[in-house]
Ligand binder design. Sequence first.
Ligand SMILES: C[S@@+](CC[C@H](N)C(=O)[O-])C[C@H]1O[C@@H](n2cnc3c(N)ncnc32)[C@H](O)[C@@H]1O
Length: 842
Amino acid sequence: MAIQKKHGKGRLDKWYKLAKEKGYRARAAFKLIQLNKKYGFLEKSKVVLDLCAAPGSWCQVAAETMPKDSIIIGVDLSPIKPIPKVITFQSDITTEKCRATIRTHLKTWKADCVLHDGAPNVGTAWVQDSFNQAELALHSLKLATEFLIEGGAFVTKVFRSKDYNSLLWVLKQLFTKVEATKPPSSRNVSAEIFVVCLGYKAPKKLDPRLLDPRTVFEDVADAAPNNEAKVYNPEIKKRKRDGYEEGDYTQYKEIAASEFIQTTDPIAILGQYNALTFKQATNGDVALAALDKLPETTEEIRTCCADLKVLGRKEFKLLLKWRLKVREIFGFPTKKSAKASLADEVAEVEPMDEEMRIQEELQRIADKEKGKKKRERRNANEAKTKEIMRMQMHMTAPMDIGMEQEGPRGEGEIFKLKAVDENGALRKIAKGKMVVIKEAEQKRSGFDSGIGSSGDTDDESDEDGDRLERELDGLYDQYQERKSAADAKYRAKKARKEHDDEEWEGVSADEKGNSDDESDLEMESGSDSENEDEMDVDEKPLISDLDGKGKGKEGLSKRANRFFENEVFADILGEIEEEEEGEEEEVQVLQDEEAAESSDDDIPSIEQQKKMRKEAAAAAKKEKDNTFEIVKRPKAEEQDSDSDWEAVEKKKKKDAKPDIDIVTAEAMTLAHQLARGEKTVHDVIDDGYNKYALKDRDGLPDWFLDDEKKHDKPHKPITKEAAQAIKEKLRAYNARPIKKVAEARARKKFKQAQKLEKLKKKADMLMGDEGLNEKEKASSISKLIAQANKKKRKAPVKVVKAAGANRGLQGRPKGVKGRYKMVDPRMKKEMRALKRVAKKKK
Ligand SMILES: C[S@@+](CC[C@H](N)C(=O)[O-])C[C@H]1O[C@@H](n2cnc3c(N)ncnc32)[C@H](O)[C@@H]1O
């Protein structure tokens, strides 16, 4: 799927563009608009306090939504450019000075609404940031408690973090209604949410601890070193910016290899130390000496131990395996030995009485029988699935496999996909998602693929290796969880991945995947046949879909059909088809020539080949998403129709051209090449067949695939021209006047036209005046024109000295009307200095 990219100048999403069009200073304006639409707190307010208001988009929204002559006060650490009808000043909302300034502005008034959209500078550590944000929200609440009127509203931004619940609890003590919500314009990837609190209780007395961050939030504890990350992702090196640990001022640390064998936390050692040494200490370490002599301690192991900081994942794995082996030799408790000792313990248990023993034996036999039946059923299902696949590929006729007859478990049994629904796959497939039932899930549900030995006899694999693999996988999962908690970018990436379809694995792989999916689904349905009769076939539209005679429209596979049904391809495919029309005749001749051969089922027809190429082209496009995107703007009907600003989005392109926005240099390069004829559609299709597309990734562990993915994609060349074109495009976009400027220009034009019209009318009247002779008429008209051309003189700017009562004054000085300019001695000196410098330069 095409994903809109983040650009250097900010994320140019629809809210950004709309904000620009509507003249709002930030896209954040829409958050307040949407919150107000839901709760309607602004229309009722006469006084609003906007904390952390820069650049001022919330103030702009408040000014246009609130009743006339309302008071809006905006404060921020950063300066806020003046906004009509809004008082702004620069201050830190956590300080006493800020509180005092608000008081001077508000005088005896109370605020009907306090808004807070503050965010500390993000970037350091997620935990710390979210804590600061919660703290900032608490500070804003403190101000709200002082300035809010009883029944007033408080709106604050918070990040979902461990402090979130504490903050919510405090808010609930002070307001009658507290609701957390995320407006649609808030990015999904952002952890921010907004809490809208209505009905301030205005208690007479407030326990200061209720608003004290130290009591409300727990302290952020020092994060434990992430040794797993160091061991399982050693290639990603992080700079150490936190200095030395307390009491430890050395950078190089080594530890006896025997410690590594004995420890219960080998990962911690591998993550913290630089080397495992075999050097004997003065008092002698027998274990170390024995370890040194062991044949398992190979030269490779020694090299790895010598410098842990340069090791990769493979080497760490080697060391962990070596540790397990040595532990077994030394007789340390391992999971294996633990199992054995457990068995020993069981052996000591008192013998069961005869009846229980018989019962247990019966149970065992019944289980065995059940397992056997299950396996048989699965094998039969597998065979049937294969036959269906063969039939779909026109390799057999339905009669060959008795499809027309009722199977042993009823008619249409083979098409039931109940298990699909259990996995939520029905819903996913209906949405266009492709489903692979994971190996792990198969294992959980006792699924036996039939490849290799069945569960009962699976003792052949190396247990240690397997366990290590499992441990690695588990730790990798933990590492991923931690990373997603700490890294917003990573979370965003993951979210996009979850919303994306599976990666295309080339035509053959894709088809294989298809059959795998289907067979998986079939097998799953077969493996749980007990409840199948209960299923209502009519309720599952998917079944009729799969039942639909094997092929989808245009002879594509169902999976390909589902893929191409996505509207992103609606226009693109249309274009490809147009281009291919020219070749249609040529293909037709070829088709005629090979008509005889095409009847052969084993060889795909020209038509099929063409479709496959088309699939490959589209899939190649999809693959390009990794590196560049062609962002298709959302269709109007996809958006909520109730929002007024969304009406703008609904404007469709008047020309019939596809509404495609080329946003990356790679896409632009390709577009240039296509336009110049340096590349044809066929080249693009051919590019789709590359070593990356057809790679077999089955059965590889997640951590490996994740790591590979970074480089496992084709590198698209970009040209200087294309990069320049994209730059120009962005520049042109940013240079577009904002709505207000455009409106002002239009107003000016309109006024001039009106003036001209008036002038014409007057001139006509003069011309028609019979009491005047020609000379008088001419002079009157020229007078009129001269008058119209005369520019209105602007009232001179009044200079007001910032001294006495005007010192430090914010806003208009008393008794001054019209335009004015505040001057102070400092300014005078600076002006003079500037003039001096300018003179010298001459
Ligand atoms: C997301 S912006 C606010 C955007 C604003 N609501 C708008 O619509 O334009 C967050 C602001 O919080 C401000 N901020 C952060 N800490 C602050 C503090 N302690 N006091 C005042 N402002 C603060 C930042 O300077 C920043 O401008």
